[in-house]
Design a protein around this ligand. Sequence first.
Ligand SMILES: Nc1nc2c(c(=O)[nH]1)N[C@H]1C(S)=C(S)[C@@H](COP(=O)(O)OP(=O)(O)OC[C@H]3O[C@@H](n4cnc5c(=O)[nH]c(N)nc54)[C@H](O)[C@@H]3O)O[C@H]1N2
Ligand SMILES: Nc1nc2c(c(=O)[nH]1)N[C@H]1C(S)=C(S)[C@@H](COP(=O)(O)OP(=O)(O)OC[C@H]3O[C@@H](n4cnc5c(=O)[nH]c(N)nc54)[C@H](O)[C@@H]3O)O[C@H]1N2
Ligand code: SF4
Ligand SMILES: [Mo]
Length: 731
Amino acid sequence: MSTPTTTPTTLQPAQHARPAEVPTPAGVDTHCPYCALQCGMTLRPPAEAGALPEVVERTAFPVNRGALCGKGRTSPEVLSAAVRLTGPLVRGADGELAPASWDEALDRVAAGLLRVRAAHGRDAVGVFGGGGLTNEKAYALGKFARVVLRTSQIDYNGRFCMSSAAAAHQRAFGLDRGLPFPLADVARTGCVILVGSNLADTMPPALRYLTELRDSGGTLIVIDPRRTRTAEQADLHLQPRPGTDLALALGLLHLVVAEGRLDEDFIAARTSGWEQALPGVMAHWPELVERITGVPVPQLRQAVAMFCDAAESMVLTARGPEQQAKGTDTVSAWINLCLATGRAGRPLSGYGCLTGQGNGQGGREHGQKADQLPGYRKLDDPAARAHVAGVWGVDPDDLPGPGRSAYELLDTLGGDIRALLLMGSNPVVSAPRAAHVAERIAALDFLAVCDVVLSETAAMADVVLPVTQWAEETGTTTNLEGRVVLRRKAVDPPPGVRSDLEVLGALAGRLGWEQGFPADPEEVFDELRRASEGGPADYSGISYARIAAEDGVFWPCPRRPSDATAAPGAPGAVDSPGTPRLFLDRFATPDGRARFTPVQDRPSAEEPSADFPYYLTTGRVLAQYQSGAQTRRVRELNEAAPGPFVQLHPRLADRLGVAEGDPLAVTSRRGRAVAPARVSAAIRPDTVFMPFHWPGSGRANTVTNPALDPTSRMPEFKVCAVRVERASDVR
Ligand SMILES: Nc1nc2c(c(=O)[nH]1)N[C@H]1C(S)=C(S)[C@@H](COP(=O)(O)OP(=O)(O)OC[C@H]3O[C@@H](n4cnc5c(=O)[nH]c(N)nc54)[C@H](O)[C@@H]3O)O[C@H]1N2
Ligand SMILES: Nc1nc2c(c(=O)[nH]1)N[C@H]1C(S)=C(S)[C@@H](COP(=O)(O)OP(=O)(O)OC[C@H]3O[C@@H](n4cnc5c(=O)[nH]c(N)nc54)[C@H](O)[C@@H]3O)O[C@H]1N2
Ligand code: SF4
Ligand SMILES: [Mo]
């Protein structure tokens, strides 16, 4: 790797108040490469050649106030040339990946995409993006697909993440932003119901807001089939069967009605559709809900009392209830609970989704989703098409229509889709029914992958393009609060790598588009602002300079020029201050009212049976991130979480004759994973849990169910039926 220079390209050096005797280190304020909290940090350039930059606390950033988890603290290690790609790779006639020049690699990609397009049509070329990509990259990737490739077949891994919550948000509020309030509000409400989030492990610095909530007399209810480190903090932990959150939410709302705790005034003044939702609620009486969920009626009553006794309260969901084939209805049921009790559209109350990836929020707003155009516009809306086509300088009729969702796209590879450009995901590890997905990827005529490291998916590619990462480039992300932040370049990349934006520009050039794909992120952002202007996620009043000055700006942030001719952000333009809190006056629906959605409980796509008697649920551990492509390359994290495991209850372990560490086989209708047993009373006896961070024989996603939610197309990562055996008993 090249030596990062002592004075890196930066917009603004860090300027924190420090004791006078400690010299202020030269450093660059930036943000963590990983999760949606987008913790602020300062990177201090290395003192000596070849060393890595040092992470320094940045207390001024309000979300994490200096705190970082181990992943953030060790994030510079992935910058090391020892673990990352430093030059393009091209698969040779011998079938092996070998180093190649950039020109050769880019020519190969252009030729591969053109060949498939010529033989099979535009929709035979697919694009798969990621919620970790910056806004600029997500925007450029979506534009590249629609304008250069003119394919409808683009989607991204965010579909696997928060798409159910996004769909339910849209249904109820007419707008989808993960949290409609700053995270700090969580510490100031009266009661929080946290549904299927293990944020002590997945967003550790956010735990402080829950601690502050409880310290100031508020209460915390956690709903999780496992007694996680997060659940241990709760005043009340409900431990339902996996996949029963919909019944649970309906049951709580039933009790709200039965106990006369509805907020009739709020329902009348600010909502619509309550009468239609009521029958589904009344059909879920407490004893039935206890039977479905396994949560005793007294606990249901206690939860309702805690939630309604507080003057303000919140429901926050994460992947537990969302990654289900009924995830959208499940989130709608939780939103209905908030609406019926007047816990929405008021200060310190409301529903929020804890978005997951670094740019999980922005990544779904700027056009890499199958049905979307920038600014959270809809691809099937003629006015939206006309606006964005105008910014892009193309005919609206030339824009393709909506395409397939992520799993459906992957499932089509080697069939209708014969070439794929993949940027920012590692589906061989992270997609449901992963062995099948790997087979589909292998059946492609052509695969190009842009990545920082040689991920398991990149290793299958015909061409691997090595790209720059967070600290080596500037760009914006939008955190789980809807706060747009600026990740600044802090170090120079190794000479052999290029940015995703440069790659898209070079490919566009080879495919006949000399203009329209600049490599400068700020130029891309300025175009994105115009493309988003007037859309639901309006960024037109946000500029790099403003983000730098304000340490983040919340969308929607329309430009409001006092002088109508002033460019966004220019002197004379008075832009919106941004919107930290949504819906206080009205919801974003046509009539300004939040909408109840009538929902009914239904079973999971796969319930336990004689052959597959247990539930498998999956998720995360503290020290690994996602498919592990990055964090498995960091020594300290690997030592903390070296491999997969199967968490199971001591009673189940006894029944199977299994001791701690024994290899266990977990088998579903899709396949089998083998990993050591981790015996723990923290999990329900009818359920086993596997983290999904590893490839190979312990890959959880070999087992998971790709059943999709009908609305969001979210796969059912959180529930499937499995057999659990000692690996030695399985032939
Ligand atoms: N360390 C770490 N942090 C991360 C990530 C990571 O990979 N590693 N990834 C980031 C991303 S992209 C995301 S999306 C977030 C995810 O953040 P979380 O949603 O907090 O993470 P998960 O572990 O997937 O799921 C949370 C909890 O849901 C529970 N659960 C399982 N099934 C059910 C169910 O049916 N109902 C309910 N109510 N709960 C259930 C699990 O037991 C688990 O404790 O984390 C982000 N942060
Ligand atoms: N069983 C099970 N499976 C799951 C989940 C679960 O809970 N259970 N959760 C799902 C969820 S919520 C998610 S978000 C997905 C995530 O799963 P993936 O989509 O596989 O996410 P990552 O592992 O973050 O993959 C990102 C890839 O992009 C690379 N990368 C990082 N930065 C850049 C960049 O700037 N440019 C480019 N070109 N590449 C970059 C990384 O090195 C890595 O290889 O997994 C899903 N899969
Ligand atoms: S909590 Fe998320 S953003 Fe913060 S340091 Fe950890 S991984 Fe990075
Ligand atoms: Mo995610």
